[in-house]
Structures are given as C-alpha cells and as structure tokens.
Design a protein. Structure first.
Length: 358
C-alpha cells in the first residue's frame, strides 16, 4: 500500500510546535499549523505498523491470549502535551522529539508475563531499531497510580524505508489489571469532564484511583503508590468509602447501559475485512459512530481522522480516535473506554469491596 512519505525537515516540525504553544493563534495560522501537524502524525503510520506487528508476534510467544492494538495520538492530546510544563519550567518540548505520537500496546494476562516480555524481548533483545528510552512504571508507579512498562524506539532501516529513520514509536506492555485501571480513568475523565490522566482531576476521584491502583498492585505483588495505606484492611475500607461517596459502580454501570444499544450498530459495521476503525464518541447524544477501513484504505482513514478532529476542535463533548486492531474482539478489549464498557473494572472493584467487610 502507499504510505505517506516524509516530506519536510524536523526544524519545520518544531516551528509548528512552537506556533501551537502560542495563546490566541490567528485562525489561518492555526489551520496551517494543524495541517502540518497532521502530516507529521500521518508519516508515523509505517513505523507504527512495523512495531505493532513485531509486538503482536512477540507477545503471542509469551502469552497466547495477549491483545495488541495501535493508535496515532489525537491532535488535541499532542497540543496539550506541547503546552505542559514540567517541574515548574515553561513548556519547551520539541514536536519532533515527542515520543508517543505513534504508540502500540500489548495487554497480557499478568504482571509476571508483562515483565518477561519487557525484559527478555525488548530490553535484552536484538531489535535493529534504536532504543532511546524506557520507563518501568510497575517498579516505580506514577504518583497518580499509573502502572505500565514503556520502551521508546527510533525507527531504523538500512534499506528501502530509511526515509522513516528517526521517527519514534512508544511500545507499552500492561497486565490486564493495569489496563483495566487505565481505561477506567479515561472513561471517568471523559464523562465527568476531568483530566485525571494528566494530574488535573478532582481530588476525590484522583484519591479513589490512587487507592485502587495500590489494591491492584497488592494483587500483583508489586510496589504500591507512596502515601497509600500499607495495611490492606485499611486500604480496602478507604476504597469502599470513596466508592460510596462517588457512586462509582452506579455511574459506570449507567454509562455502559446507556451506550449498549449503540454498540449493537457498531458490531454491524465491524464485519468484513476492516483493519482500522475511526471512533467518534458523542457524549451528549449518547452515540458512538464507527467507520471501518480496510488495510488498503489506511490513508483515507488518516485523512478522515484529521478532518473529524478539525470539526470537533474545542468541543469537550466529542472524542475521536483512530485505532488499528487485528480483530473486532481485540479492538473492544483494547479500547473499552471508547465502548463505555467498564464491566471488568467493576468486577475487580467489587472483589476489593468484599474484602473490606472481612
């Protein structure tokens, strides 16, 4: 198939990043910057394709039931990251150096398998691509409760596809529990208009997820979040109180129920040879629109993705993402927040709540 080729220099990409950091950008200048941003994002498709296939093959060797998926980062998320400050410093990240514009993830049964895949295949393996970073958020979880294993690569090809050399792809490896936690956070963020994922959520919700992350870590025999109770009974009781105050189970079950009807239509659209799916979630209208594309239609999918993002620019009641998955079953399991299906998270949460009564 025809992948979009690299046609501009990194210095031009970084200029666009600096423009998108400006407050009150004139509309014409903003639209031109977004156009270049979308092209820069699109050229990551080929390296992402290669890394996703590699991850799928590797993860199946370690865990036959593993799931893999890929995604190109949403333009709003890219702009937000460009404007994020770290340790009180002014935003300074170069767009050309952003590591997670293209990302693929594997979800495996447990943390032991995730660790083995991470260590044996990626850290000790002999991939020809250049490893430029790694993050072990299992041994040292983020303070918000996020736990996962990350490796960042720069694509490298000696022949044929060397025009993509230097483009970065992030590989994530998660256990099932880690993935349930992360997607539950994204679901709550969307439906409650928060940004827990970016440390900008309400204290009651952020505390709830920090506590649950530690409870999941205990189940996986992994380090817990700093400043959460070491005593399991106290931890479980605090989670029970937070769940009651926030009506977590009731809220999540309601979101799932409200979208169930629309998911039936989604299933109809997912038949055939579709390899890529454009998900458009309308929260006020309680609708999930899904457009499917074959492998030969990938460039069309990326174009539609960019146009839909532009249409929804600045609207908090819409969310758009383009994902690729080998099977529709994998798609729904890898991106449950877009299908508003938090049943597995609720199941695990209820097990914790039962322990609070012991």
């Amino acid at each position: 198939m025809g992948w979009e080729k690299k046609g501009f220099e990194k210095i031009d990409v970084n200029k666009v990043g600096n423009i998108l950091r400006k407050p009150d950008i004139p509309e014409e200048e903003f639209n031109k910057a977004i156009e270049i941003l979308n092209k820069w994002r699109a050229i990551h498709s080929y390296p992402l394709h290669i890394f996703q296939m590699t991850l799928e093959n590797a993860s199946k060797k370690f865990n036959k039931g593993s799931l893999t998926a890929q995604r190109l980062k949403r333009s709003n998320s890219i702009i937000n990251k460009l404007n994020r400050s770290y340790a009180g410093r002014s935003p300074s990240m170069n767009l050309s150096q952003m590591q997670d514009i293209a990302g693929c993830r594997a979800i495996v049964s447990n943390v032991k398998i995730a660790r083995k895949l991470y260590n044996d295949y990626y850290l000790k393996g002999n991939l020809k691509h250049r490893k430029v970073g790694k993050k072990d958020y299992v041994s040292e979880p983020k303070q918000d409760g996020y736990r996962s294993l990350h490796v960042i690569y720069e694509f490298k090809s000696d022949k044929g596809k060397n025009e993509y050399n230097g483009l970065r792809v992030e590989v994530q490896i998660r256990s099932k529990l880690q993935h349930l936690w992360s997607t539950a956070v994204e679901t709550v963020d969307f439906f409650t208009r928060q940004a827990i994922k970016f440390n900008e959520g309400r204290l009651d919700w952020t505390d709830f997820f920090r506590l649950v992350s530690s409870a999941f870590a205990i189940l996986e025999k992994s380090p817990i979040i700093i400043n959460t109770p070491l005593d399991k009974k106290k931890l479980y009781n605090e989670i029970k109180k937070k769940e009651k105050d926030l009506s977590v189970i009731k809220r999540m079950a309601g979101w799932t129920s409200a979208m169930r009807f629309f998911n039936e239509e989604v299933k109809k659209k997912m038949k055939g040879k579709a390899k890529f799916f454009l998900l458009d979630l309308d929260i006020l209208g309680e609708r999930l629109r899904v457009e499917s594309y074959t492998e030969q239609q990938k460039e069309e999918a990326i174009k539609d993705y960019s146009e839909l993002e532009k249409r929804h620019q600045g609207r908090i009641d819409y969310d758009v993402v383009l994902v690729g998955a080998e099977t529709t079953k994998d798609l729904k399991k890898a991106y449950p927040n877009y299908f508003v299906d938090t049943r597995d998270f609720i199941f695990e949460l209820k097990k914790i709540l039962r322990k609070a009564n012991i």
